[in-house]
Design a protein around this ligand. Structure first.
Ligand code: NDP
Ligand code: MG
Length: 378
């Protein structure tokens, strides 16, 4: 039985972690659970999984639901209470969205807990810091993002180190073949309709701008210690091949399945073992052809900005992320147009002051400053 601290239980990933835990109740126990403000769903989850500890980050909602928490479950609210949840499980499943994930990941390292990492911003903002600490603590960090899980599987769970290229696939998002004029007219509703994946709002918009793919290059850079020259991206519109690794002898290993996050979620918890995860077998005859298309850096400004931030290094990716969080919120609220997301991020990046990203405090200060700059622009 593996015990889990689930952070971000009410989100798209969090709910799928619950589904995996339900399917294999003999293998997993959700020992602690954290959400931010979705109080009703949070309560349902607490009643179903009966964790030892539960916390809501939103204090007002925390006070409102406190008397409905079942007996035997310790309950807290507020940020500090949420961080305490990490102490309970053997594995910290970090499935919050945005910069908030970093402090949970760092807490898990401090407490020497293995990490199942869905929150990509942990590595986008603090990749070098976190990976150094993970190595120092001797803990395991299991990727959950589907592309990075695919790379991990193709690398035989990192046992076969030497590779020539990591090849990250992208669906291309809903606007891959849009013209400039068509992009002018993109609405939040159309950007929230992803062709192949069902996800939270932030990552869905990031998939439409392809910022998400840039973030995934940064994630791969730190997870697999790969310089940018060794990371290649291609569009695979059907989302059947989730990524590939090319080895020194020219062999290419691909990981394939219908699109589902339950496979990478479950594998992060059971590897190297594999169990049923409710996935239907690939029907190759029905699939027909699988296409590959180029992902040109200069065509997608958000993707380009993420690679630029990685090349700049230090606290630049963290600043880019902070700006992106504000810009995407503004787009979803109808305050800026789709194309202004990239413009906002570019303006913030150009005003970023370089600092060595060697502590949480530096990253937090960078994030706050980037958000403030972005808010002035939107
Ligand atoms: P969602 O927006 O659907 O869910 C976010 C979750 O985090 C919710 O449970 C939310 O709580 C909680 N949360 C928000 N802020 C905090 C905080 N400060 N402390 C604790 N919990 C918080 O996001 P997704 O599930 O889509 O994505 C989660 C992460 O996984 C992101 O980093 C994303 O990039 C990554 N990812 C997601 C994929 C997907 O398929 N969805 C695929 C690959 C990666 P509440 O609802 O109560 O407000
Ligand atoms: Mg992904």
């Amino acid at each position: 039985m593996k015990t889990i601290s689930l952070i971000g239980s009410t989100g798209s990933i969090g709910q799928q972690v619950c589904s995996v835990a339900r399917r294999h109740a003999d293998k997993f126990k959700i020992q602690s659970i954290v959400a931010h403000s979705s109080a009703e769903l949070f309560l349902q989850q607490v009643k179903e999984f009966m964790p030892k500890y539960a916390a809501l980050v939103n204090e007002e909602m925390g006070r409102a639901v406190a008397d409905q928490i079942p007996q035997g479950v310790k309950f807290g609210y507020g940020e500090e209470a949420a961080l305490e949840a990490i102490a309970y499980g053997e594995v910290a499943f970090v499935a919050t969205t945005g910069f908030s994930g970093l402090k949970y990941s760092l807490k898990a390292v401090e407490l020497k807990k293995d990490i199942a990492l869905a929150n990509k911003e942990t590595l986008v903002c603090g990749g070098e810091l976190v990976m150094n600490k993970v190595k120092g603590a001797g803990i395991d960090l299991m990727p959950v993002d589907s592309e990075h899980s695919a790379l991990w599987q193709a690398l035989n769970f990192r046992k076969n180190a030497p590779f020539r290229r990591l090849i990250i696939t992208a669906s291309g998002g809903p606007f891959y073949s849009y013209t400039d004029e068509q992009l002018e007219k993109v609405t939040p509703a159309s950007a929230l309709k992803h062709p192949t994946w069902q996800m939270g709002a932030k990552i869905t918009i990031d998939s439409a701008t392809l910022l998400n793919k840039g973030f995934e290059v940064i994630e791969a850079r730190w997870l697999y210690d790969a310089p940018l020259e060794k990371i290649h991206t291609i569009v695979q519109p059907e989302s059947i091949i989730h990524s590939l690794v090319e080895f020194d002898d020219g062999c290419v290993m691909a990981q394939m399945s219908y699109p589902t996050m339950e496979l990478p979620i479950q594998l992060a918890l059971t590897y190297p073992e594999r169990f049923d995860c409710g996935l239907r077998p690939l029907n190759f005859e029905e699939l027909g052809s699988i296409r590959f298309l180029p992902l040109e850096r200069k065509r997608f400004p958000c993707y380009d900005l993420a690679l630029t931030a990685l090349e700049e290094g230090d606290n630049f990716p963290c600043a880019l992320n902070g700006a992106g969080e504000v810009a995407v919120r503004a787009f979803l609220d109808g305050r800026i147009a789709f194309k202004e997301i990239a413009k906002t991020m570019e303006a913030v990046l150009s005003k970023t002051q370089r600092r060595t990203a060697d502590s949480y405090e530096v990253l937090k200060a960078t994030d706050l400053r980037a958000r403030a700059l972005a808010r002035e622009l939107v």
